[in-house]
Design a protein around this ligand. Structure first.
Ligand SMILES: NC(=O)c1ccc[n+]([C@@H]2O[C@H](COP(=O)([O-])OP(=O)(O)OC[C@H]3O[C@@H](n4cnc5c(N)ncnc54)[C@H](OP(=O)(O)O)[C@@H]3O)[C@@H](O)[C@H]2O)c1
Length: 300
């Protein structure tokens, strides 16, 4: 298919590469031009403007947050203005439930099609087309997107005919991951205080009841204190917990644990953690609080 990709950060670059590998005709656009070059070497076409990435049957967006999507979709020369009638916007960014609803309404007004397809999986999985995709939207639009979703993911779960529901599902997953990071960090601070080596402890955990990738991946980072370079930067983690709390607030769903996690991210950012740190660095705060060890040099 002819498809555009807008947003070539850690996730978008991998996503575009997977589409190319699957044989799709890919046109890429990124605000910062330098990120386009590696994709051109892999066979992508370059778009000088957002509108140039919107001339195919579909366009993906893989952007940081609501503000980026607001600019790229609703701004002058943006996707809403540029996409042809009947063409499809696939929004894979982790954005608010409300923003996804606004996109759905604006595209419908223009006779364009829209699905939300946020993803689970880190940049390494994006690069090899092994993401998990939560897709939502009208059935015909989901069917049209299938060859593209198959190229970027190992499995697509269709969760609703209302696009924004996929964003709610995605936010709930990131909440669960952040909860594991925090609880694993607390458990490791405790066992370290008891004189147990964190790596030995992790090896035991992951070979018993805690064999899930979340424990393996993040456990290694927390045990080793290795949070740079980030696969998912700490400010993006804070963004997602905020988006979850906002959506839950609208529905009057109290999420006390999510409120605690928001404060953990604020603590991390207030102590020198930023773009350069992975969000799993909140998992080392418990050790710092317990005076267990010298934490990562990037943290106080
Ligand atoms: N990294 C992960 O592990 C992961 C996993 C699943 C989902 N996600 C979600 O995927 C999305 C992208 O994450 P990422 O890790 O790829 O982030 P990233 O590496 O920081 O890339 C962000 C992208 O958004 C663009 N952007 C930001 N603000 C913009 C603006 N105002 N106008 C136009 N473009 C703008 C950036 O362009 P520039 O290059 O010009 O800055 C870049 O292309 C986020 O919503 C994130 O929550 C990430």
């Amino acid at each position: 298919m002819k498809v555009g990709v807008i947003g070539l950060g850690q996730m978008g670059s991998g996503l575009a590469a997977s589409l190319l590998k699957a044989g799709h005709e890919v046109t890429v656009y990124n605000r910062t031009r330098a990120r386009v070059e590696p994709l051109l070497a892999q066979g992508a076409q370059s778009a000088d403007a957002i509108a140039d990435a919107c001339r195919g049957e579909a366009v993906f967006t893989m952007l940081s947050d609501d503000a980026a999507v607001q600019r790229v979709a609703f701004g002058d020369g943006g996707i809403i203005e540029s996409l042809g009638a009947g063409s499809l916007h696939i929004s894979s960014s982790t954005i608010s439930v409300a923003m996804s609803g606004q996109l759905a309404a604006a595209h419908a007004d223009r006779g364009q099609r829209f699905i939300a397809a946020p993803v689970l999986g880190r940049p390494d999985m994006a690069a090899i087309g092994r993401l998990f995709v939560f897709a939502a939207g009208e059935a015909g639009a989901i069917d049209a997107a299938k060859p593209l979703l198959d190229a970027i993911g190992q499995r697509t779960f269709v969760v609703s005919h209302e696009p924004q529901v996929a964003n709610a599902v995605k936010l709930s997953c990131n909440f669960l991951i952040a909860s594991v990071i925090e609880s694993l960090g607390e458990a490791m601070a405790f066992i370290a205080r008891n004189g147990v080596d964190r790596h030995d402890y992790l090896a035991m955990l992951t070979s018993t009841l805690f064999g899930a990738p979340i424990y393996t991946t993040y456990g290694k980072q927390i045990a080793g204190g290795t949070f740079s370079p980030p696969g998912f930067a700490a400010p993006l983690g804070l963004k997602d917990i905020r988006l979850l709390l906002q959506a839950a607030d609208d529905l009057r769903v109290p999420l006390p644990l999510a409120s605690l996690l928001r404060d953990r991210f604020l603590t991390l950012l207030a102590n020198g953690g930023g773009e350069a740190l992975d969000w799993s660095a909140i998992g080392r705060l418990a050790a710092r609080d317990a005076g267990v060890d010298v934490v990562s040099e990037n943290l106080l």
